[in-house]
Design a protein around this ligand. Structure first.
Ligand code: ATP
Ligand code: MG
Length: 440
């Protein structure tokens, strides 16, 4: 056998076949096998009705949650396998699940409801393919192509617009021309898709290797669910730091960032406030004073609208707001920022600044990249030496301060804050005797 298919999946196909039913691996797993990538889950489709499938697996653990849509989940060796009866789908009017499904006798009818040719291939137990739409060819060519008439398929379910872009970004595939045209023309179908479904695809897209190419080719699609991007897409910036317009700079910054959803989102949104802050001086040089705060405000709106989780949302807004702060590589500066942000956000901020720099005129950024390396090394050293960064680390506490005669109350906190301030700046060492003497 040519493909690495788990014994559990083979056993399920065999059991269904033995009971006289057709059964195939289908969808993402077949696509990934043909791409030479290990599938992350295994979907099976069958001519058996859900009740018949359950009968085939009596005595085994079965999960019935998908029953209404024809799906029976069977556990084999601890792994869940979704077994779905051949079906067609009604429209997605609530944009989450199809309104209804209808069981059909024929595999090809089931394959025809699927979105792209590469996702509409079935494989039987002997590894023979059923591939009525030429999906295997398209995988070889690295092409994403709709099954059937592209415009109609995007109108049935607008999420397919984002799925096409996500697959293009993750696999580095091209979108076939007619499919690409239909994406541009039907992007407004995304208005009917829930924020949660768009969010899932957008995350996967952004952390992919080819996110930049997709942002470059389909800005109109991103503007559809985030209209706040539109002014940035057409923003020109005439100044010595920038060799690109706003959108191209953003794309370079996204590409330069590590493949982490917080960092990628930060780079996508960091300059979103620039168009509103643009001014041009007498020399014809553009300035964007105050743009980080405006960017943070817009980013806050946009992340809420797309229902990002609290942690991602908070981190991105903070990083967008701080992306332009000056960070000279001096220990007292680093200690202050470590105190203010905590180590995780501080190191994220360094990554953000690096990515931002990589999107600027190359001859201008050599020094700042070297500074960033120095900042990182010094911060790591400060943390390794467990230097004092917070009130908790201070060599004295409230009790000590009261013991030398400061009356209990807000004054105690104020004194501690001041001591911390002086320790952070390097003015005094974090030593108990020194600190107490100062208080007295
Ligand atoms: P992934 O690797 O992300 O799991 P996938 O293609 O397996 O990709 P799933 O969401 O797991 O994506 O869907 C399984 C299969 O169901 C797809 O391969 C495709 O055949 C079909 N499918 C999923 N979503 C849609 C959709 N919105 N429209 C049409 N067919 C879809
Ligand atoms: Mg899948």
């Amino acid at each position: 056998m040519r493909f690495d298919i788990p014994a559990g999946a083979r056993h399920i196909l065999q059991t269904l076949n033995d009971a006289g039913f057709e059964a195939y691996l289908v969808g993402g797993c077949v696509r990934d096998l043909l791409r030479g990538v290990a599938p992350h889950d295994w979907d099976i489709c069958t001519s058996a009705l859900p009740g018949e499938t359950e009968t085939c697996f009596v005595g085994q653990r079965i999960i019935e949650t998908g029953l209404k849509h024809g799906t029976v989940t069977v556990l084999e060796g601890g792994e869940p396998y979704e077994i779905t009866t051949y079906r067609t789908e009604g429209p997605y009017s609530d944009s989450r699940r199809p309104d209804f499904v209808r069981f059909v006798p024929d595999l090809e009818e089931d394959l025809a409801r699927r979105d792209f040719t590469m996702n509409a291939i079935a494989m039987d137990l002997d590894e023979n393919l059923r591939d009525p739409f030429g999906g295997a060819e398209d995988i070889k060519a690295g092409l994403i192509r709709c099954v059937g008439e592209p415009a109609q398929r995007f109108q049935e379910d607008g999420l397919r617009v984002m799925r096409a872009l996500r697959f293009a970004a993750v696999f580095g595939y091209e979108i076939e021309e007619r499919t690409a045209r239909a994406i541009h023309e039907n992007r407004a179908m995304l208005d009917r898709v829930s924020a949660e479904r768009i969010n899932v695809e957008l995350r996967k897209l952004l952390v992919s290797k080819n996110a930049g190419a997709v942002l470059r080719q389909y800005p109109d699609v991103f503007c559809q669910f985030w209209p706040q991007l539109s002014p940035l897409v057409i923003l020109e910036q005439h100044n010595p730091w920038h060799c690109w317009g706003g959108w191209e700079h953003t794309i370079h910054a996204v590409e330069a960032a590590p493949t982490d959803v917080t960092l990628r989102l930060t780079m996508l949104l960091h300059d979103i406030g620039k168009p509103a802050c643009k001014s041009t001086d007498e020399q014809g040089i553009d300035h964007f004073y105050g743009h980080p705060a405006v960017s943070a405000l817009l980013a806050d709106q946009m992340l809420r609208a797309l229902k990002f989780d609290n942690k991602t949302w908070e981190q991105v807004v903070l990083l967008v707001e701080r992306h332009d702060v000056q960070l000279p590589p001096r220990s007292q500066v680093i200690r202050r920022w470590l105190n203010r942000l905590g180590p995780e956000a501080f190191f994220q901020l360094l990554e953000v600044k690096r990515a931002d720099n990589m999107g600027q005129a190359p001859e201008k950024v050599k020094d700042s990249l070297a500074d960033l390396d120095e900042l990182k090394a010094k911060a790591e050293q400060i943390l390794a030496e467990r230097q004092c960064l917070t009130l908790k680390d201070l060599a004295v506490d409230g009790r000590d301060v009261r013991a030398v005669g400061i009356a209990p109350g807000p004054e105690v906190g104020r004194v501690l804050e001041e001591l911390l301030e002086r320790v952070l700046s390097g003015e005094i060492p974090n030593e108990r005797t020194v600190l107490l003497k100062l208080v007295m």
